[in-house]
Design a binder for this molecule. Structure first.
Ligand code: ZN
Length: 111
């Protein structure tokens, strides 16, 4: 069983068919740094993600998407443990909290 790298929920193999809605739990490969943002198509940049997270993440980097998840989390007052989990791999980011807040408030489009 492969869990989604972002939401930690189980993913399932799904055959993509034209005209059939893809379920949110369908297993996809996500590039942590999108190819369109200069990410490389190598194993270190690839993770398993559910279709729901992958499409929502769009062209965001992992750090940007985790920011979105973090703010959504704090807004909805979910368990604080989950927020800490989401922030677990955050140490590479060098943005200030102020930058992150601006990003969130600007609304992040998904492509
Ligand atoms: Zn997911």
């Amino acid at each position: 069983m492969s869990l989604c790298y972002y939401c930690k929920k189980p993913t399932a193999l799904h055959k993509m068919k034209n005209g059939v809605r893809v379920p949110n739990n369908a297993r996809t490969v996500d590039h942590k740094v999108p190819l369109s943002r200069g990410g490389r198509n190598v194993a270190e940049n690839k993770v398993v993600a559910c279709y729901g997270c992958n499409t929502e993440k769009g062209k965001l980097t992992e750090a940007e998407y985790r920011t979105v998840l973090y703010y959504r989390h704090t807004e909805t007052q979910r368990e604080s443990d989950q927020a800490k989990q989401l922030l677990g791999s955050y140490d590479t980011i060098d943005w200030t909290l102020h930058d992150l807040k601006l990003l969130y408030e600007a609304g992040v489009s998904c492509e």
